[in-house]
Design a protein around this ligand. Structure first.
Ligand SMILES: [Zn+2]
Ligand SMILES: [Zn+2]
Length: 124
């Protein structure tokens, strides 16, 4: 089941919800799969750094760099749903520091920028 969920997630080009993934896995297995059990597996993937959660889209993407632990920055297109992923530790590091300076512990910056992706913007 975990392998099927991961495969279904990895073949998606855009962030996918647990329902999307449950549907893919269900089709693959030829029987209905509960979104709840997919949720649990996706959360496990997030905890183990195999996947990332795109909070503002309530969706998940396979982690493109599971070997490194840092705060990913997502640019999410309002029009097509694509999530572009950038890494800039100086940006997220400043946020971490600001939160820690304010006495916040277990800091986990969530940096998501909404807008129109290059492809959608050029077609406007
Ligand atoms: Zn990243
Ligand atoms: Zn777009």
């Amino acid at each position: 089941m975990r392998a099927d969920v991961f495969e279904a997630l990895a073949e998606r080009e855009k962030p996918a919800s647990a329902y999307d993934i449950a549907e893919s896995v269900g089709t693959r297995r030829g029987k209905r799969v509960a979104a709840n059990s997919v949720y649990r597996i996706l959360d496990l993937f997030v905890r183990t750094n195999l996947a990332r959660r795109v909070e503002s889209a309530n969706a998940y993407v396979a982690n493109s760099h599971p070997g490194c632990r840092h705060d990913c920055i997502f640019l999410i297109c309002d029009l097509c749903g694509t999530a572009v992923h950038i890494d800039d530790d100086s940006l997220t590091g400043a946020l971490r520091k600001a939160a820690q300076d304010a006495g916040f512990a277990e800091v986990r910056p969530v940096v998501e920028i909404r807008g129109h992706c290059a492809e959608c913007a050029s077609g406007e």
